[in-house]
Design a protein around this ligand. Structure first.
Ligand code: AMP
Length: 456
């Protein structure tokens, strides 16, 4: 008798593993991305790649290790990322290295290093990579985490800022996650010093209400006080001078255009004077993407970005205006789970079952032929009993099982079993390849057109 088909087609949960003393352990804040997680990762990464490449972004991968000075100079020595969270070490050559905590600085380095300045501008790059920050591990916060990012270098126009936010929003929309872009402008070299003076004066007069970190920020990075999560600092910040009221004409004009373009692209946004991003390289537009409708304040940003017009110049004496965005993949996947997104799990098309040594050898040849035709084939060649092999076929949700036993060896035939209906048929072995191709092409689902046609 054939084994019962497992309706759920899910592997049974494993028993909790027994721990042996001295057994190697996962480092705190790190995580393994197990096979069950992979369909979500595959769905996320393929949506990101599709959105990026269809908009003309090219993929870049930079090394995990960089000179620590790259981030000190760009992200900023006084930022939490560099000051408190960056993994640094001296290597065997005596160089001070860092595990990359983010990617914009590395992309800007690569842009200069590979002469991308002479490529047609703007240069549009994207990545999906892992980053490292020695932060306090908690839900949704890891010490190795993944980000996807879009960077556009060599374009000063405000439409670039809007398009970056739009492409970031497209990734979340792809999975039905409604978002809102919290946006602000922090000005540029011309207007920010004046604003920072006003801000510092304001906070100095309320210094006693600030947390210890913000007292230090007052001297080093007063903008950061605006996004401090401490309730007292938050209350003091509510009446602080706002950047948007102190922008120079050029920065105000840029910001107004960004907002207009976001409107045209129908990206929902909220003006938010508390978004400052805190990294030294940002100029003008800064934004963070939040899930729309979630509790304000308590929720974490899904990602953030902005303009960094002075970063490349700081590295290489060339003014290259640029803007970018980075979103956390783990947080995207958490939202996919919350919205019960069901990733497509690809199962093999065919299972090959065999009984007896001559059948095993014949099936190995068939396995090779089917695989060379890009047919997804599963097998349990190391098993002898047909029952356990068919149980495996059942678990894998294959459409057809091909079986060769002693009788089929004698007759030069093969058995095709339709796993859904249970109907079996004997076929001439020589005709099995075209027969299986015919059956598989019939069982392929034709994708349907989108339910809603976008209107202009
Ligand atoms: P940031 O560059 O810090 O603004 O990070 C951009 C996005 O990356 C965040 O909004 C998160 O989605 C994600 N992210 C940053 N740090 C972590 C972390 N330690 N663990 C998981 N995701 C992170």
């Amino acid at each position: 008798m054939m084994p019962q088909r497992n309706q759920q087609n899910q592997p049974q949960p494993d028993l909790p593993p027994e721990k042996v003393k001295g057994q190697p352990q996962l480092l705190r804040g790190m995580r393994d991305i197990l096979p069950a997680d992979q369909p979500y990762w595959d769905a996320a990464v393929s949506a990101i790649e599709r959105i990026a490449t269809s908009a003309g972004f090219q993929k870049i991968e930079t090394p995990v290790l960089e000179a620590a000075s790259l981030f000190n100079r760009s992200v900023g020595q006084d930022t939490d990322i560099v000051d408190k969270e960056m993994y640094t070490f001296i290597d065997r050559s005596g160089d001070k290295l860092a595990l990359r905590p983010e990617n914009t600085a590395s992309v800007a380095r690569a842009y200069l290093e590979h002469g991308m300045v002479s490529w047609p501008q703007p240069v549009k790059l994207f990545y999906v990579s892992s980053f490292f920050r020695h932060d306090r591990p908690q839900a949704g916060r890891y010490r190795e985490f993944w980000q996807f990012g879009f960077e556009v270098l060599g374009d000063v126009q405000p439409v670039v800022d809007a398009l970056i936010a739009y492409h970031a929003a497209s990734v979340y929309r792809e999975f039905g996650i409604p978002i809102n872009v919290h946006i602000n402008s922090i000005g540029d070299k011309a207007c920010r010093p004046g604003y920072l003076k006003l801000l510092t004066d304001y906070f100095k007069s309320r210094k006693n209400s600030l947390c210890e970190d913000c007292k230090k920020r007052l001297l080093k990075n007063p903008l950061r006080i605006l996004d401090c999560k401490e309730p007292d600092c938050h209350t003091v910040s509510l009446d602080a001078p706002q950047t948007v009221d102190h922008l120079c004409d050029a920065c105000r004009d840029h910001f107004v255009h960004v907002l207009e373009y976001l409107g045209e692209l129908e990206v929902p946004y909220t003006l938010d004077s508390r978004i400052v991003r805190g990294l030294d390289y940002y100029t003008r537009t800064v934004f963070e993407v939040y899930e729309d409708g979630g509790g304000e304040g308590a929720q974490s940003a899904l990602g953030g970005g902005g303009r960094y017009d002075d970063l490349v110049e700081q590295f290489g004496n060339r003014q290259v205006p640029a803007a970018g965005f980075a979103g956390g993949i783990e947080r995207l996947i958490t939202k996919m789970h919350e919205r019960q997104y069901a990733p497509k799990v690809s199962s093999p098309d065919i299972f090959i079952g065999q009984l007896g040594e001559p059948a095993r050898k014949k099936c190995l040849k068939l396995y090779d032929v089917l695989r060379s035709l890009n047919i997804k084939v599963a097998e349990s060649f190391s098993k002898d009993g047909l029952k356990s092999q068919l149980e495996a076929a059942n678990r894998l949700s294959v459409k057809f099982a091909l079986i060769i036993g002693q009788k089929e060896i004698m007759d030069d035939t093969i058995l095709i079993r339709d796993m859904e209906s249970g109907i079996q048929e004997v076929v001439d072995y020589k005709k099995i390849v075209p027969e299986i191709q015919k059956r598989l092409s019939k069982s392929t689902v034709v994708p349907t057109a989108p339910a809603v046609t976008p209107t202009l």
